[in-house]
Design a protein around this ligand. Structure first.
Ligand code: FAD
Ligand code: NAD
Length: 497
């Protein structure tokens, strides 16, 4: 695809920069860091907040909120640990203050000062592509600056998608972009909360707000929450949401919003009928749309269907303009944005000498509900849909000593392997710290190790990580050679004389 598209433009004879990176979220920060480490002259441009969505509106605040909600949950269920259960008082503004304190504490990692110190020039402003080698920046402090550059990395991220539901804009809604500021000074949690969407954002937020005291109705049009995961994994999350008091309305499509006196309502379609749910606040979490418009992609003829169209080297139509992170897809995770950034930066700087294909062979992720759901590689549903032969080994975490001691004995480790072999095709873990437990399998898959290697590795007793060894042991027991066993039995009989 990359090729002669730049022929219609006049290429500058010399360049101000080796690289200009647009957007200082996870993808942009890492791209700029790598370029600076490779001694390139690099400028990083950010229109809003350094750190992008992950730090300011995404991973960091959501995980901080999840922690407060979990403590509230544990207080409420303290009797499970032999303590007196108490209904927690929730001064919500203090919870939100903690969320903002957590952001502030992590902020220096992504700050202008840190990146300047690393050798990156940081400009605060809105960047626009003028031609394939020129970026114009409307500086936040006023004025504009034009830079010519050999290469450009587009790392403009994504933003909440707001569906065109009649009346939604009029009743007012929150998204992950706005809720952290808009709810900041509230003394109490929203009393009646609707969460629209049953994906990772919807599930993490619905559970957190329910645990902090909101009456939550979660609306999902698909037949179940967490559609990307296997039904058995999603089922655990749904049961847990319900146990926390969330009214989980799967198979419900939101069709209209409005007001009735002081009450706001949303109308949902279900089984051919319609229901109304009254609420005080609604959080819209039905997906995130890449930021593609308004900064020159269209003018340059770069295709933007759902994401910026790139090849396997992350190059656009113009080989010197690359994209990474949510704007490039196909995944929307901070660690994938960082992973792509290495390929984008290296291919941007050295692509005419040597290029590297972005490697998506082993991509892990986790949803931080309680229980967490973590996955790498194939799910069982995907294996079936794609007719990929597989065997399943499943270890129930309800049987794990440490989980029993912690009163968190629920969930499972499910491993898909090549039939008759210990080669791992995919792993789903549901349970406490599933995201951390998965790391061993990610490493194994990345480096071609099978379940045998995991079984042969010492795991500390008693830890949750032993679940990984247990599942490997289970696989081994199911694959013992019967002929060898009978030989062994005869050998032992013979030895007894
Ligand atoms: C509530 C929530 C929870 C999440 N939790 C997790 C999680 O637990 N784990 C995980 O891996 N991922 C999580 N994510 C996803 C994660 O936040 C994103 O995948 C990640 O932030 C993508 O990084 P990025 O660099 O591609 O984009 P962004 O972080 O969106 O950064 C893009 C930046 O570009 C800037 N920009 C855009 N256009 C211009 C322009 N023309 N000029 C200058 N600057 C511009 C924007 O202001 C923005 O700061 C979560 C997301 C949300 C919303
Ligand atoms: N822990 C994590 O890593 C984490 C956490 C949050 C977000 N993220 C990232 O952010 C992305 C976006 O998350 P998300 O949860 O917003 O999106 P999503 O696309 O994963 O889920 C949105 C859900 O909303 C439903 N939906 C859409 N329109 C609807 C309507 N009108 N009525 C009812 N339901 C409707 C969809 O069926 C879908 O299940 C994720 O895909 C993920 O990559 C990651």
């Amino acid at each position: 695809m990359p090729g002669a598209a730049d022929a219609q433009w006049t290429k500058p004879k010399r360049f101000d920069r080796n690289l200009v990176v647009i957007g200082a979220g996870s993808a942009g920060l890492v791209s700029a860091y790598i370029a600076a480490a490779a001694k390139a002259k690099v400028t990083l441009v950010e229109a809003n907040k350094m750190g992008g969505d992950c730090l300011n509106f995404g991973c960091v605040p959501s995980k901080a909120l999840i922690k407060s909600a979990k403590v509230a949950h544990q207080m409420r269920h303290a009797d499970r640990y032999g303590l007196e259960a108490v209904e927690p008082k929730v001064p919500f503004s203090a919870v939100m203050e903690r969320v903002h304190k957590v952001i502030a504490e992590i902020e220096p990692h992504d700050s202008v000062e840190r990146y300047t110190g690393l050798g990156v020039e940081v400009l605060q402003g809105y960047a626009k592509l003028v031609d394939p080698w020129t970026v114009e920046i409307a500086l936040s402090g006023g004025g504009t600056q034009r830079l010519t550059t050999r290469a450009i990395v587009i790392a403009t991220g994504a933003q909440p998608f707001v569906p065109p539901i009649p009346g939604l804009a009029d009743v007012g809604y929150l998204t992950s972009d706005t809720l952290w500021e808009r709810l900041r000074d509230r003394p109490e949690v929203p009393r009646r909360l609707v969460v629209l969407g049953g994906g990772p954002i919807g599930c993490e937020l619905a559970q957190s707000f329910a645990r902090l005291g909101s009456q939550v109705a979660q609306i999902e049009m698909a037949p179940r929450v967490m559609m990307r995961e296997d039904p058995d994994a999603a089922g655990f999350v749904e049961a847990s949401l319900k146990a926390d008091g969330v009214q989980v309305l799967t198979g419900h499509k939101a069709v209209a919003c409005g007001t009735d006196g002081d009450d706001k309502w949303i109308e949902v379609e279900h089984d051919g009928g319609r229901d109304r749910i009254v609420f005080d606040e609604i959080i819209v979490a039905v997906g995130r749309a890449p930021r593609l418009k308004g900064f020159g992609l269209e003018e340059l003829g770069i295709k933007v269907d759902r994401v910026v169209e790139t090849n396997e080297y992350l190059q656009t139509l113009y080989p010197n303009i690359l994209a990474a992170g949510d704007v490039a897809g196909p995944y929307q995770f901070t660690h994938v944005a960082g992973h792509q950034a290495w390929f984008a930066a290296i291919n941007a700087l050295f692509g005419d000498l040597k290029r590297f294909k972005a490697d998506y062979s082993v991509i892990p992720w986790a949803t931080f509900t309680d229980p967490e759901v973590a996955r790498v590689g194939l799910s069982e549903t995907e294996a079936k849909e794609n007719n990929i032969p597989y065997e399943v080994t499943r270890f129930g975490i309800d049987d794990l000593d440490r989980a029993i001691a912690d009163s968190s004995a629920h969930g499972f480790v499910k491993v898909l392997t090549v039939p008759g072999k210990d080669k791992i095709l995919g792993v789903t873990i549901v349970g406490e710290h599933a995201g951390d437990l998965l790391a061993e399998f990610v490493f194994a898959m990345k480096h071609g190790h099978g379940l045998g290697k995991i079984l042969g590795t010492i795991h500390i007793y008693p830890t949750l990580a032993e679940a990984n060894k247990m599942v490997a042991g289970q696989w081994r027991r199911a694959h013992i050679n019967g002929f060898l066993l009978s030989l062994l039995e005869r050998f032992q009989t013979w030895r007894r004389g």
